[in-house]
Write a protein that binds this ligand. Structure first.
Ligand code: NCD
Length: 360
């Protein structure tokens, strides 16, 4: 059974197929208006969301399907202590496909192990957010017409910003791309993102704190908000929250063809005055998210029609020898889950659910 947990679950060819389908949907919406007749999407949102949940729901409705679900864990059995596995198993009786957002890294993966319908990761803690990457990719495609040979600046909270992790993983696979990672020292991309997505190919990247210096080089500037809800010490959030504020002034030295993206919501990292700049594409990006989610729902439902087998667990997982102590990993709240680890090329052991190394 195909699910989307990590953007790398799709090959570059599959991503291109999704983009092509989304472009067809944009051109011929009526041809798709009935494609999911009689099908139901469940949205299980254990964390706040506006765009992701509503664009999933709009996507299913525009395909002629129906939606059910919850947008607050307090209104579901999670409030009574039900495990993600049990919830996912039960939702499989009521819906044909589910989208899950959860504050704990790895929760949608755990759901996919016990569900008998496709599971879509709609954001798991500070870990991954593959469907935002789908929205980002369609925007890049519509604006630049390609996914390669781009200089991409990612700015803001690169540590906890899950959209950044998934986007780097996706774009690293295309030739000629280069990243400029712009963040305060404390909010640099996690080690696993660097080791898995940047080091192996290898993809050229540099890290800097200086947004203004980087701007003239960029084809894409991807702004992100500092993720208040992921900070253990809120005084650190207060100290960092105004690290970057994009203003029309700073854009004076940007290329004409540079595009400004942001997964939204914005807090104050892009001044409202930038919205009028023709290079600002973040609202279009939100719309593109709906088209890509339509393409995704179609793909996963079509594939699940002939594939009922659970996906095999990746080989080489180590059970019972290591313990993940990350308080934001799903194993910390669901005690019955086995601790699963894998060994990296550098001999480090990393938790399979959250990708943090043992002891981090
Ligand atoms: C992002 C998320 O939830 O990670 N929002 C979204 O899905 N569009 C970005 C964010 O919350 O900062």
């Amino acid at each position: 059974m195909k699910s989307l947990i990590d953007i790398l679950d799709f090959s570059v060819e599959e991503l291109q197929d999704l983009v092509d389908t989304a472009m067809q949907i944009i051109q011929f919406p009526l041809a798709y208006a009935d494609r999911c007749h009689g099908k139901k999407l469940a949205t299980l949102f254990y964390e706040p969301s506006t765009r992701t949940r509503l664009s999933f729901e709009a996507a299913m409705l525009e395909l002629g399907g129906q939606v059910l679900g919850f947008s607050e864990p307090s209104s579901s059995s999670a409030a009574k202590g039900e495990s993600v596995s049990d919830t996912a198993r039960m939702i499989s009786c009521y819906a044909d496909i589910m989208a899950m957002r959860h504050p704990m890294a790895g929760a949608p993966y755990v759901a996919s192990r016990s569900a008998s319908i496709p599971v879509i990761n709609a954001g798991d803690g500070g870990h991954h957010h593959p469907t935002q990457t789908l929205a980002d990719l369609l925007t890049i495609y519509r604006e630049h017409g390609r996914f390669d040979h781009l200089t991409v600046g990612l700015c803001g909270d690169l540590k906890y910003g899950r959209t950044v992790h998934s986007l780097i993983a996706a774009l690293s696979r295309y030739p000629g791309n280069r990243f400029i990672l712009i963040s305060p020292e404390e909010l640099k991309v996690p080690e696993y993102v660097r080791e898995d997505s940047l080091d192996p190919y290898p993809v050229p990247f540099e890290e800097t704190e200086d947004l203004e210096k980087a701007i003239p080089e960029l084809d894409i500037l991807y702004m992100t908000r500092i993720q208040r809800e992921r900070f253990e010490d809120l005084s650190r959030y207060e100290a960092l929250k105004d690290s970057y504020i994009l203003t029309p002034d700073k854009l004076k030295y940007a290329k004409e063809e540079m595009r400004i993206l942001h997964p939204l919501p914005r807090v104050n990292e892009i001044s409202v005055a930038v919205d009028a700049d023709p290079r600002a594409k973040y609202f279009e990006q939100a719309l593109n998210g709906k088209y890509m989610r339509m393409a995704l729902i179609l793909k996963l439902l079509e594939e699940s029609a002939w594939d009922h087998l659970p996906s095999p667990e990746p080989k080489d997982l180590i059970r019972g020898e290591h313990i993940c102590r990350n308080p934001r990993c799903i194993v910390s709240t669901e005690q019955e889950l086995p601790h699963l680890f894998y060994r990296t090329e550098h001999g480090q052991y990393r938790c399979f659910y959250c990708d943090l190394a043992e002891g981090q």
